[in-house]
Design a protein around this ligand. Structure first.
Ligand code: ZN
Length: 94
């Protein structure tokens, strides 16, 4: 179950683990019992692995403005590999 942040008008903010179906309902403050509205904050992106964060940034950037490439990515080999075996020179050519 996800954790939702709420703000009690008397005690301040608190977190509560609730089912998603109850996410829109007002929560009761665990200290004073006052109805408390849900607080929306930024997701905890700082806790992400730096490599994962970079991958998400690149993915998000390429979704808006895809990069233009001159060749198929990941293909750095020659189409016809060069060989030093002299018998290969006698093979039929197209
Ligand atoms: Zn309270």
């Amino acid at each position: 179950m996800p954790t939702y942040a709420h703000r009690c008008p008397v005690c301040g903010e608190f977190d509560q683990v609730r089912p998603m179906a109850e996410s829109d309902l007002a929560a009761r403050c665990p200290d004073c019992g006052s109805p408390s509205a849900r607080v929306f904050g930024a997701p905890a992106l700082a806790a992400l692995d730096p490599g994962m964060r970079r991958a998400l940034d690149v993915s998000g950037a390429s979704a808006d403005a895809p990069g233009v490439v001159g060749s198929v990515p990941g293909r750095h080999r020659r189409a016809n590999p060069v060989t030093t075996d002299p018998r290969h020179a006698r093979l039929p050519r197209p």
